[in-house]
Design a protein around this ligand. Structure first.
Ligand code: G6P
Length: 618
């Protein structure tokens, strides 16, 4: 949440910063702002609202010029969205500007200390407090005539008093050629250009300019000028600085001909599965192979228990991971909300491996779960999409999703990539235990058939749209499924509520009768996932219970089911597939269903209210 970009070089900064903000908008769209230094003057423009209606319009009316600056798009934490609370924030002198992603937990104490020293504040944000603190440290240092780089030193000094998380960028009119960046808990990346450099929260924002990046580590403080950068680490003698090459193209994070990023990403899913499978299927050994687990076969063989920790959509993938790994590999799996795992101090057996799942690789709750597991001495693997992200770097090993940039705030292709990876992992672990070569081959071939099957589902988009439009005015929805379809039902409900704001609940179809059925009436549609699987008859019985209470039923069934159209009001069909792969197919249809409902309701699909793509605060 909150996107940051800074530029220093030979070009006009404001168009570069504005374009960067557009590419970062999925990180927050409550407000946005930029600060540019021109001829010793700090020019700040900031506005409530999304980028097109807020800052872009403001810059159109009040342009700024200057070859360096910083910019920010906000997801509000402290203080509601408003012009005043927008970043950048200035220090008391007005000569230092700060943009920040994260939370300063002790900002009240710092604020009262600064207030006693005569500071007054224009906003209710924690970031403005930080700007004033840096300003005070800077004044002290320059008054004392301290040697060194006073802006970077002032940032370091200020951060020693700060409790919380930050990715920040700081500029000063006294040093118009330098951006100082610092990170703890929130991502920050240096983009290395030719005679120009960048500082950003996401590689996505600089990919059009450079592929050479340095991912900063916690406690790093970077001083970036047009032709060099220096990094120190507040907790170590030297900083670990590695220049890496980004592995995606600028077009990968563009919307192209699609109306929304979410739709584009739904339609990319045949390729998503192919990419997640590439190089990982070994038909000869009837197994899956991974390059980065960093565990010896003997270590993998001796895993007695797995805990999978994640948040949001990734948590639903984790739940499916439990079903997959337990049934194919017979290893007991427990699934935890990442934040619960961190703090409830559950006893964990020593032969347990933690697997975290995160599209962004930056979700604070998930990162903390990873660190907690490592602190307790467990191996911690990660299934991550964003290459070079904090979780990817801190995990002992793992699997990249290879889904490419996911920009739509509601996760789609990363979910499908994760399920593909988890199925492969289940086969891999299973083949070290008792999974037969024949069954493993069936699953691998089933995975390889998915891209063509998903193409077929996408071709049904208009059919799904018609069904979606019919139910788009409902206020409440249920999504039910049993077995493998239960986590898929949870994810179907989450997709709908995230982007259409319809109250939607996912339940086990079996659990429905133990309470939620009280809410069924003729105005409450239920999506029942009833593919041809071992649970079919039982789920059909649950479907009848809903019909008996006059609840409209939209069934998601397997092609060839001749019974379902007679009992359901509408039916969405998936092709024949192995039971463990049904959720992948079902989820594609449920994504389309949620998408078309949201569009019918006039919702801003790519910028759902109150949400952020990557939640870097706890
Ligand atoms: C946020 C997003 C969700 C996402 C969750 C976990 O809440 O809005 O769409 O599923 O974070 O994100 P991660 O990047 O860790 O998978």
């Amino acid at each position: 949440m909150c996107g940051i970009i800074g530029y220093v070089g030979q070009q006009q900064a404001s168009p570069i910063l504005l374009e960067g903000l557009r590419r970062l908008e999925y990180r927050g769209y409550d407000s946005a702002g930029i600060a540019v230094i021109d001829d010793g003057e700090m020019l700040v423009r900031k506005k409530k609202g999304n980028i097109a209606e807020g800052i872009a319009r403001e810059l159109g009316a009040n342009p700024v010029s200057g070859m360096m600056g910083i910019a920010h798009t906000r997801w509000a934490t402290h203080g509601p969205p408003s012009d005043e609370n927008s970043h950048p924030h200035l220090d008391a002198s007005g000569r230092i500007a700060v943009v920040h992603n994260g939370i300063i937990e002790n900002f009240e104490q710092i604020r009262s200390h600064l207030t006693k020293n005569g500071h007054t504040f224009r906003s209710t944000t924690d970031t403005e407090v930080l700007a004033h603190l840096i300003g005070e440290c800077y004044e002290k240092r320059t008054a004392d005539g301290a040697a060194g780089n006073p802006l970077a030193d002032a940032v370091c000094e200020a951060l020693r008093d700060v409790i919380g998380t930050y990715g920040l960028a700081v500029i000063s009119t006294e040093h118009p050629d330098v951006i100082v960046g610092a990170r703890r808990g929130s991502p920050l990346i240096i983009g290395i250009g030719n005679g120009e450099n960048f500082l950003t929260s996401d590689a996505n924002a600089v990919i059009a300019h450079t592929k050479q990046v340095v991912f900063l580590n916690d406690y790093d403080v970077a001083t970036v000028t047009a032709d060099r950068f220096d990094v120190v680490n507040l907790g170590a003698d030297t900083a670990d600085v590695q220049v890496r090459e980004l592995e995606f193209e600028a077009e990968d994070s563009e919307r192209g001909e699609y109306a929304h990023f979410m739709l584009k990403e739904i339609f990319e899913q045949p390729r998503t599965v192919e990419n997640a499978l590439r190089g990982r299927v070994d038909h000869e050994g009837a197994t899956a192979v991974f390059g980065g687990l960093n565990m010896e076969p003997s270590e993998l063989r001796s895993i007695q228990r797995i805990i999978i920790a994640a948040s949001g959509t990734s948590w639903h993938a984790a739940l499916l991971g439990e079903y997959l790994i337990e049934s194919l590999a017979h290893v007991p799996v427990e699934v935890e909300f990442a934040h619960e795992f961190c703090y409830r101090m559950a006893p964990v057996r020593r032969d347990t491996v933690l697997v975290v799942i995160s599209q962004s690789g930056e979700t604070a709750d998930t990162l903390m779960a990873l660190r907690e597991a490592k602190r307790r001495g467990h191996k911690a693997l990660a299934i991550v999409n964003v290459v070079g992200s904090t979780i990817a770097r801190e995990a002992d090993g793992g699997i990249y999703m290879h889904a490419g940039p996911e920009i739509g705030v509601a996760s789609t292709k990363a979910f499908i990539a994760t399920l593909t990876a988890l199925t492969l992992l289940a086969v891999h672990l299973g083949r070290m235990r008792m999974l037969s070569a024949g069954r493993a081959e069936e699953v691998l071939k089933g995975l390889e058939a998915l891209p063509a099957q998903i193409e077929g589902l996408l071709a049904q988009s208009d059919v799904i749209k018609r069904i979606a439009e019919k139910y788009s005015t409902a206020d409440d929805f249920f999504f039910l499924g049993r077995g493998y379809s239960f986590p898929a039902a949870l994810e179907g409900a989450l997709k709908l509520k995230e982007i259409s704001y319809i109250h939607a609940e996912g339940y086990s179809a079996a659990e429905m009768k133990h309470g939620p059925i009280a809410l069924i009436d003729e105005k409450t549609p239920t999506v029942v996932l009833v593919p041809a699987d071992a649970m079919y008859d039982k789920t059909m019985a649950n479907l009848e219970m809903i019909r008996a209470r006059k609840g409209p039923v939209i069934a998601l069934a397997t092609e060839g089911d001749t019974q379902i159209a007679e009992v359901a009001d509408d039916v969405m069909y998936i092709p024949q597939a192995l039971e463990p792969l049904n959720p992948i197919l079902a989820s594609v249809l449920l994504q389309l269903f949620a998408y078309h409902i949201a569009v019918a309701r006039g919702c801003d699909v790519d910028k759902p209210r109150n949400l952020a793509k990557s939640v870097t605060v706890q």
